[in-house]
Design a protein around this ligand. Structure first.
Ligand code: K7E
Ligand code: CUA
Length: 652
């Protein structure tokens, strides 16, 4: 009977989803704006936006940077995916960034960016994001807007409840979506229940350099850990995770993992676990994971394989982990700016469940448990509940907050954002989204200090919003002005990839620190050419190293002879410009890699394995001056057994 109900619910959801397009056509005309509303999103030519917005790229593996309120896209930051536009993941310096224990993995699925915090407020030093597929966490430097570090997570699979940072950026916390055998082994899938584990990883962030270290992994029961948020204020030191599939089903998941009326929000007191590990607790486990770091002085990425992790059994740390029953396969798990309320969005429900942190502490204190799961105490639903928002929406997913005590929740199935009041749980406003909204983002909206002027809703379905572009449409997003009592739609824009979550911050926090050039006198790249007179070509067996410099509008050297078929030619190119925004590019005919884009003062390396005899040109790919088209050179390639001497022109 229960199974039947679930199927009914699913059928209802499907029906709503498929009617979404029609709904949309009706609403599309309602989306028309009066000109005074349009002005709210208008940023005049040459003017700057008030906020940066960093949208995850989902299956693009990257992050895109937008301005708010204009919705203008400024940059795509390559993170987990090779990016020919800059040569990221193609240059010899950045290839190590994409190394993993599975070898070179040039793609991932990036969902949840989170900006570093101090005292629970955005500090604008770094932004972190998770790679879902081959579990990884990245740190992007917000001075350069470049990926500075990527760490792989062992024992994890579908790194989804990530990357969420604690109030002082002590840790980036990352939970596994799929539970797996730990350690991985050859075993029957039907023996999932009780045997698979869900790893929650705590990666420390060095306060000065940002450098990662995987401190410990908590081995939770074999549920799916979907989303997470850290406590703040009084609840600082706790981490909250939504779970589903507490049934531990392993087949027909869409039905079998929706049997339980309630799943859990897992509350983890990480300070207790940290203490336990510092006191020598936990078990050292042999494993393998890559830790990749980009060094800004040497302009060089390195990959190190690590082989040990500390695992912690939650039942060995009494008082550290509890389960809060939460209805209907919760997806989003959000904590309000005060740290008092933990919101579980039951995606198969109409209502929102809000737990109270104080109630939770009291229930723990009074030992009022409702049984246990794998030795972890389950608190009583009624004891921890703070309230329920009867929203009238369907399919709640995610919640963000403003600084006035309001919360904003997205509803996927009913395609809307609902504004409600913390504490009274009353619904204050609702606005349609176009269509099927996933996450939403208010700058600082998951910190202690939100900047509640705009909310960005990121949608899963686009349909009729823009001119059709074949079967594939970019996902749509809407910007609402939320400064008044009612939310007001002010702009609609296409995104790139599939933005899941986003993070935003005031422009002032970043713009003055944004790096303009790499100083040539600080360039420590081992193959840098700091003076064009030092440009040279050096043969070392079958390897040839070209030490090249560039400046408008010339490569030094520009002609090279004596290269042979079967050689491996490394072009190490130093851009001698010291002006903001004057990169040079480099590309070689028939090269099995992408071009490079070399920033002022930077050195980058491109490898070429010539396969054919001939005279082959290379050129600058970035239109850098009136004489950009003159920025070229030739390489003469002779047969493998030829005796053509190695020569090059320094262009005097
Ligand atoms: Cu798309 Cu946060 Cu991965 Cu919800 S998640 S929508
Ligand atoms: Cu350098 Cu074009």
């Amino acid at each position: 009977m229960k199974k039947f109900n679930v199927i009914l619910t699913l059928v209802a959801i499907m029906a709503l989803l498929s009617s979404c397009g029609n709904q949309g056509q009706k609403s599309a005309s309602n989306g028309a704006l009066s000109s005074s509303t349009a002005e709210k999103a208008y940023v005049a030519p040459g003017e700057h936006d008030e906020f940066y917005a960093f949208l995850s790229g989902g299956y693009s593996g990257n992050i895109t940077v937008y301005g708010l309120p204009s919705g203008r896209m400024f940059k795509e930051i390559p993170v987990f995916s090779q990016f020919p536009t800059s040569g990221y993941g193609y240059s010899e310096e950045t290839k190590p960034m994409l190394n993993t224990s599975f070898g070179f993995v040039p793609w991932d699925d990036a969902h949840h960016p989170d900006i570093s915090q101090t005292n629970g407020e955005l500090d604008g030093r770094w932004i972190f994001i998770n790679g879902n597929n081959t579990p990884r966490i990245a740190r992007i430097d917000l001075a350069t807007f470049e990926t500075a570090e990527i760490i792989e997570l062992p024992n994890s699979a579908g790194n989804h409840s990530s990357s969420f940072i604690t109030e002082n950026t002590e840790y980036v916390v990352a939970g596994t979506r799929f539970s797996v055998p730990v350690p991985q082994r050859d075993m029957p899938i039907s023996e999932y229940k009780g045997n698979f584990k869900g790893a929650v990883s705590f990666i420390s962030v060095a306060p000065d350099t940002g450098r990662f270290n995987l401190e410990f992994q908590l081995m939770m029961p074999g549920f799916n850990y979907d989303l997470a948020h850290p406590g703040r204020g009084d609840s600082h030191g706790w981490m909250f995770f939504s779970t589903y599939n507490t049934e531990e089903a392993n087949t027909l998941m869409e039905v079998n993992s929706s049997q339980n009326d309630k799943d859990f929000i897992a509350a983890i007191n990480w300070k207790k676990i940290e203490e336990y590990v510092k006191g020598g607790g936990g078990t050292k486990m042999a494993t393998e994971y890559a830790h990749n770091v980009y060094d800004e002085e040497s302009h060089m990425g390195t990959s190190t394989m690590k082989n040990e992790v500390i695992t912690v059994d939650p039942t060995k740390v009494p008082g550290a982990v509890f389960f809060l029953p939460t209805p209907k396969s919760p997806h989003g798990c959000d904590v309000d700016p005060t740290g008092q309320y933990i919101i579980g969005n039951g995606k198969l429900s109409a209502d929102l469940t809000i737990h109270s942190f104080d109630n939770m502490l009291a229930a723990i204190e009074g030992k009022k448990f409702d049984g246990e799961a794998y030795g972890i105490p389950i608190l009583k639903f009624e004891d921890v509940l703070a309230g329920v928002v009867k929203s009238g929406g369907l399919g709640p997913l995610h919640t963000e907050f403003d600084e006035k005590g309001n919360a904003y929740t997205t509803f996927f199935i009913s395609s809307e954002v609902v504004k409600w009041k913390l504490g009274t749980w009353e619904v204050l406003d609702r606005q349609p989204t176009f269509y099927s909204v996933g996450h939403l983002m208010i700058p600082g909206g998951n910190s202690r200090k939100p900047f509640g002027k705009y909310v960005v809703a990121m949608n899963k379905i686009t349909k009729d919003r823009y001119l059709p572009t074949g079967p594939e449409m970019e996902h749509s997003a809407q910007i609402y002005d939320i400064s008044g009592d009612k939310m007001q739609l002010i702009y609609d824009f296409p995104t790139h990839g599939e933005p899941h979550y986003a993070a935003g911050c005031p422009a002032d926090l970043l713009k003055t620190n944004s790096k303009k050039i790499y100083r040539l006198d600080e360039n420590k790249h081992p193959y840098a050419v700091l003076n064009p007179n030092d440009a040279k070509v050096v043969r070392d067996g079958k390897e040839v190293h070209v030490y090249m410099s560039t400046i408008r509008s010339h490569f030094t050297p520009d002609n090279i002879e004596g290269i042979k078929v079967g050689d491996k030619v490394y072009f190490h190119i130093t851009n001698h410009e010291q002006d903001f925004d004057v990169p040079h590019g480099f590309s070689m005919i028939g090269q099995n890699t992408s071009e490079l884009l070399i920033m002022p003062g930077q050195t980058k390396t491109s490898v070429w394995e010539p396969k054919k005899v001939g005279v082959w040109p290379f050129y600058c790919t970035d239109f850098c001056s009136a004489l950009h088209q003159e920025m070229q050179g030739y390489v003469r390639v002779s047969p493998a057994n030829s005796s053509t001497p190695l020569t090059y022109t320094l262009g005097e």
